[in-house]
Write a protein that binds this ligand. Structure first.
Ligand code: GDP
Ligand code: IMO
Ligand code: MG
Length: 427
């Protein structure tokens, strides 16, 4: 029955971790369906703060089974250290399930990610350097290593050999690096086999049976709509599909099973890494959003680029994901601005454009057309219902809802679980 997708509606870091954790208490399964440890999801529970990279945020809810789906790329060393870090803090991780079909980020994929970025120089993507792109490239090239390969040494060796055949040529001849030894990689990968074995499962079967049994399944996206390999600001994107369709392929669940698609939307916009960003601010307002919003990457520690809310990309996210709801986050960060500009359209080569242009060239030329909304100065972090918000904050939310094309069903007014205004219930 109810399968919900929760995904980023912008360029990532919208507050997906907090939103997932909030729902975690009412769902049976939380599933990551794409990406890997390029994600950094912050969850604040009471006075405890957790930074999750690979594990679904549902891991912090005792009744919930966390699942790493087939569409995810898994760095085993990162996964094991994340698990032991949580165990040390008293979190039970024993329910975790990992798809045997998920691909493994091998040490050579991380090397290739880093050397490729260095080679690109000024044209670099600004990746997280975690080997994400090269691992997905191997998957598509059919030379990837999957979790299940850890349990057949001979197959594993053949596959690593096949993958390194070409890569070692490139590493030594093009990038002037040392060749990577097959035996060394195989040996390292085999050390993970026993440690991961208790978690490996046929997650497609488990999830479909759970849905048949009327369990509630929540799919937690990493990254965001505009970082999607197909629908984002290509080539400045990640190498997977965070958009709603990715939940189906990345978990093996049919689209007919999905009942709700929730877009997590920050009350302003941020981006990490290179690529176009029409509402980016280079002035004191941008610095203030970064400071007040704590906009520093959870994974790489890079400062996030900050700008005003962009309704054009929110509308686009509604369309490509079929969003049924928005969860608006970080409204509290905007407290104190007398006037808040909101981008309602773009001007491209002198013409007003209401929708995201499909042409990369046009998008690079897009200049924001702003409408300015009156701000508020009252502290909103204790607000529990929509009517607790100052009138101008209410009007800001309503304006964003009208512009973005789906109802705003929850509003974040602080990082904590309880710092949330629920308008329509999600489950
Ligand atoms: P994710 O990658 O989408 O999970 O988002 P990140 O965790 O990378 O970044 C979101 C940041 O905003 C985290 O530090 C959260 O704790 C914080 N956060 C989430 N929702 C709110 C909110 O409503 N208000 C404030 N002030 N912070 C929030
Ligand atoms: P969460 O889940 C923000 C960005 C990188 C880079 C591009 C490609 O926390 O929202 P990659 O390493 O994926 O090949 O890098 O994507 N990026 C993110 N930006 N939040 C994320 O995850 C991101 N994951 C990747 O900065 O621009
Ligand atoms: Mg993040």
């Amino acid at each position: 029955m109810p399968a919900l997708v929760l995904l980023g509606a912008q360029w990532g870091d919208e507050g997906k971790g907090k939103a997932t954790d909030l729902l975690g208490g009412s769902v049976d399964y939380v599933v990551r369906y794409q990406g890997g440890n390029n994600a950094g999801h912050t969850v604040v529970v009471g006075d405890q703060k957790y930074a999750l990279h690979l594990l679904p945020s549902g891991i912090l809810s005792p009744g919930c089974t966390p699942v790493i789906g087939n569409g995810v790329v898994v760095d085993p060393s990162v996964l094991l250290s994340e698990l032991s870090g949580l165990n040390d803090r008293g979190v039970d991780t024993s329910k975790l399930l990992i798809s045997g079909n998920a691909h493994i980020i091998t040490p050579y994929n991380v090397t290739v990610d880093k050397v490729t970025e260095r080679f690109l120089g000024k044209r670099k993507i600004g990746t997280t350097g975690r080997g994400i792109g090269p691992t997905y490239a191997d998957k598509i090239n059919r030379v990837g290593i999957r979790v299940q390969d850890l349990y057949d040494e001979s197959i594993l060796t053949q596959k690593v050999e096949a993958a390194l055949d070409v890569k070692n040529q490139v590493l030594t001849k093009l990038y002037n690096r040392r060749a990577i030894a097959v035996d060394q990689v195989v040996e390292e990968l085999l050390t993970y086999a026993d440690k991961l074995a208790p978690y490996v499962a046929d997650t497609v079967l488990v999830l479909n049976q759970a849905l048949e049994d009327d369990k509630v399944v929540l799919f937690e996206g990493g990254q965001g709509t505009l970082l999607d390999i197909d629908h984002g600001t290509y080539p400045f994107v990640t190498s997977s599909n965070p958009t709603a369709g990715g939940a189906c392929t990345g978990a093996g669940v049919g689209p007919t099973k999905i009942s709700r698609v929730i877009g997590i939307l920050k009350a302003y916009t941020t981006r990490v890494g290179a690529g176009p960003f029409p509402t980016e601010l280079f002035d004191e307002d941008g610095a203030a959003l970064r400071r007040i919003g704590g906009e520093r990457g959870v994974t790489t520690g890079r400062d996030r680029r900050c700008g005003w809310f962009d309704a054009v990309i929110a509308r686009y996210a509604t369309r490509v994901n079929g969003l049924t709801d928005f969860f608006l986050t970080k409204l509290d960060v905007l407290t104190g601005w007398e006037q808040i500009p909101v981008c309602v359209a773009y001007e491209i080569d002198g013409k007003r454009v209401e929708e995201l242009p499909y042409s990369q060239t046009d998008f690079h030329h897009a200049k924001p057309v702003y409408e300015t909304l009156p701000g508020w100065s009252e502290d909103i972090t204790k607000a529990k219902s929509f009517s607790d918000l100052p009138k101008n904050a209410q009007n800001y939310v309503k304006a964003l809802e009208d512009m973005s094309g789906a109802p705003i069903s929850a509003i974040g007014v602080g990082p904590g679980r309880d710092e949330t205004i629920e308008i329509n219930s999600f489950i």
